[in-house]
Design a protein around this ligand. Structure first.
Ligand SMILES: [Zn+2]
Length: 222
């Protein structure tokens, strides 16, 4: 688990999603979560630097957990399927969040976050319970939200899923800002977004049948 969190932290930094200490990563554990330390740096972080903390913020290790541990705890409570959380100040996500704007249904891929828009939580001071509460409300029923004048949060089932969600959100925010700078983006209708959501249910490589023992778990079915 420590290696997975450290991998996600460094992979997010390598893709420019986390710069310096402007971001934090956690994984859900049985008693709470494993989270990056306060003021952590992806380049120098070792897996042993991660902090085990309860959902009430009681650290089980010597190090001080990220100041946003309460936000992670509230998001885990709001998103039962979330196993990993990535919070960052990624450029395009943060630029859009600084307009106080949600990411609307300007592109069908927005449905990948579980709805017809990615909501933007109102601005409150970082590291507070108020921010944790706003973030939980904004992300409920989704796998991502923006934080006004601050950044973004994505959830994932695995570290790889959390990373791909973060890359997708940053890409879509950049494309939306590009479209906004060129004119007024045409938004998709509720029905068009529902149709896209339905299409995704049968899109992509099929998962192998777990009851068949003659296939490797990661072998795609043609
Ligand atoms: Zn932040």
């Amino acid at each position: 688990m420590r290696d997975q969190v450290a991998w996600l932290y460094k992979a997010a930094a390598a893709r420019g999603l986390i710069v310096g200490s402007a971001g934090n990563i956690s994984a859900r554990t049985e008693p709470g979560m494993l989270i990056t330390p306060s003021g952590g740096d992806p380049e120098s972080l070792a897996a042993t630097d991660l902090v085990a903390v309860t959902m009430q913020g009681v650290a089980q290790d010597q190090a001080v957990p990220s100041s946003e541990w309460a936000m992670h705890a509230s998001v885990y409570a709001a998103c039962p399927e979330a196993a990993f959380i990535l919070h960052s100040h990624a450029d395009a996500c943060t630029a859009l969040a600084c307009l106080g704007s949600a990411l609307p249904a300007f592109h069908y891929l927005v449905v990948q976050f579980g709805g017809d828009q990615v909501r933007c939580a109102p601005y409150v001071t970082f590291g507070t319970q108020a921010l944790a509460d706003h973030a939980a409300r904004a992300i409920a029923g989704r796998s991502a939200c923006l934080l006004a004048n601050h950044g973004m949060i994505v959830c994932g089932r695995t570290p790889q899923h959390a990373l791909s969600q973060a890359v997708l959100l940053e890409t879509l925010c950049r494309q939306y800002l590009l479209a906004l700078s060129a004119g007024t983006p045409r938004l998709l209708t509720e029905q068009q977004m529902l149709d896209a959501q339905e299409r995704f249910k049968t899109y992509g490589p099929r998962q192998p049948d777990p009851k068949r023992s003659d296939r490797q778990p990661d072998q795609a079915v043609p």
